[in-house]
Design a protein around this ligand. Sequence first.
Ligand code: HEM
Length: 246
Amino acid sequence: MANELKGRETEKRDIERRTYIRESVNLFTLLTGILYGELDQRLEIREAIRNQLKKPVPSHVNWTFCFGGISFFLYIILAVTGVLLLMYYRPTTTDAYESVVIITNIVPYGWLIRGLHHWAANLMILMVILHMLRVFFYGAYKPPRDLNWVVGVLLLFLTLIFGFSGYLLPWNQVSYWATTVATDGAGAIPLIGDQLKYFVRGGPEVSQLTLTRFFALHVVILPAVTFILLFLHFGMLRKQGISGPL
Ligand code: HEM
């Protein structure tokens, strides 16, 4: 008898919980419906989405065509995690290292955000190179897509400079010396080497000026230029369509 009462009680609570969920969903649908309905009347979003989703994928397209999309997905992850890291990172030679230690060990989920940023950066370089190889071996660089190939080469450089500038930001031994060696390498270029090294470092040594410049490059200049180039890259892709079979 006691068991039966308990069972009925649990069932009642279960029904109440499900009713609550259903009512919440209904309310959400109603509210979004009121908003969305008004928007759709003016902008015909549903029609636009339906047209996009109906676009058939040509039969020669295989998994190697995913590398470009994966690169873009990783770029979005990098942008989101990068903004979150910015909440705690301090770009000065006295504070940068400590702020990264704090992000990794004290900030809630800081280790996860930093880890995602680190792995997405490494994977993106790999994916962009694989994407470029796919485009090359399918001959998709030939006219009329040659201009998109040029934009792609610029995107590859930007991706590499993203990695190079980000490497200095933790201001630890390895980042300091890697940047010193790499900029020394630039100094070995005939004729313009010394000026180039000075320009990249912002002075004779890797210093606060270098960190400031790399920081500005990493969080403002590169994201903005990459955004514009991606806009062109995808624009041309939409206009010309994906290349044909081999
Ligand atoms: C940030 C880096 C990049 C992103 C996010 C990106 C993204 C994409 C995406 C999503 C596509 C369509 C699907 C595909 O073909 O995979 C595409 C196509 C294309 N990409 Fe990229 N890409 C990047 C870098 C590059 C590089 C480095 C090159 C070459 C140097 C390149 C050249 C092209 C060309 C020529 C096409 C047209 C391919 C075709 O029609 O078959 N892209 N890109």
